[in-house]
Design a protein around this ligand. Structure first.
Ligand code: NCD
Length: 311
């Protein structure tokens, strides 16, 4: 059986191109499984997974939990706001308590960049990063790239735009790493105040002209404005933001060709994208959600199969 080059999924940065292809191949198999009348396989019957969410989440949490259950793993869930974290317990203490229950794999979402990496050095368990602050969100980038390949074929030379709050978005950074590894040409578009200073070192180009970017690209990933991560004002108002960087139907209609529209969710309808676009045929937002389940099954299956649980 082919193996991943890593024992944890901490970020796209740590993966090789062969890892991406293996995850996509495995996800295609699981996509077929989840569309069967019997959607469950016994592959990970002996594995226990803990989902640790220190930040709010709807789709990522549901998607990981369902992926684990479809693989027949045992699942326990932990939400920081309903736990002893509010009594002052540290991350490592919490995790060691969970590991004492003989858990094999930990899926963690945390507001601090590097939390998953830190944990992988502190505890003896397989760690999956489900989003660490403004840093990485590898499973989202994998499902985005998979959804793009499904529609556009090989991404070599394809033009992908990432628009919006690049500064605070872990989706943007993980997408850039994945898309570049797959050979795509990536352009970011954002107000200057929402661009990270190191953007040039990531091998992407930049434009603040949304119409030019839309005319250039084959697909656009519209990022959510991360209001919860902004302690100051990065743009004058939502209205001005959507006038300059929001995707609406008038803009799409003026383009020379039809482009694909992605959004990681949750959507700020009327800010980065209008309802008309989000609900249109060009938007593949619900395909992303379906593919997310198959991708997460693939990640958990591949990492879970590499664990020596029988010893
Ligand atoms: C993303 C996240 O949490 O980073 N959402 C998700 O996982 N589906 C994007 C976002 O919150 O904007």
């Amino acid at each position: 059986m082919k193996k991943l080059s890593v024992a944890h999924l901490l970020g796209i940065k740590y993966l090789q191109l062969e890892d991406l292809h293996l995850i996509f191949e495995t996800a295609t198999h699981f996509k077929e499984v989840i569309n069967r009348p019997i959607k469950k396989v016994p592959s990970l019957r002996d594995i226990t997974v803990a989902n640790l969410f220190y930040e709010n989440s709807t789709r990522t949490k549901l998607s990981f939990e369902l992926a684990e259950k479809r693989l027949s793993a045992d699942v326990i869930n932990f939400s920081a706001n309903q736990s002893s974290v509010s009594k002052g317990e540290t991350l490592v203490d919490t995790v060691n308590n969970i590991l004492a229950l003989k858990v094999d794999m930990i899926v963690i979402r945390h507001p601090n960049p590097g939390a998953a990496h830190f944990l992988s050095k502190q505890v003896d368990s397989c760690i999956i990063n489900a989003g660490d602050g403004t840093h990485e969100h590898p499973s989202q980038a994998l499902l985005d790239a998979y959804s793009l390949i499904e529609r556009l074929g090989d991404l070599q030379g394809k033009r992908i735009a990432i628009v919006g709050d690049v500064l605070h978005s872990r989706v943007a950074l993980s997408n850039i790493y994945a898309l570049k590894m797959l050979g795509a040409d990536v352009k970011v578009c954002a107000p200057k105040s929402l661009l990270p200073k190191h953007i040039n070192s990531l091998g992407v180009t930049y434009s603040s002209d949304l119409m030019r970017v839309l005319n250039w690209c084959d697909a656009v990933n519209m990022l959510r404005v991360q209001n919860e991560r902004m302690d100051l004002s990065y743009f004058p108002s939502d209205r001005e933001y959507s006038q300059n960087f929001g995707l609406n139907y008038e803009r799409l209609k003026k383009l020379r060709k039809e482009i694909l529209v992605l959004h990681p969710g949750p959507i700020n309808r009327g800010v980065e994208i209008t309802s008309e676009v989000a609900d249109s045929d060009q938007a593949i937002i619900l395909d992303q959600v379906e593919n997310g389940l198959a991708i997460r099954m693939a990640i958990i299956y591949l990492l879970g199969s590499q664990l020596n649980i029988s010893e």
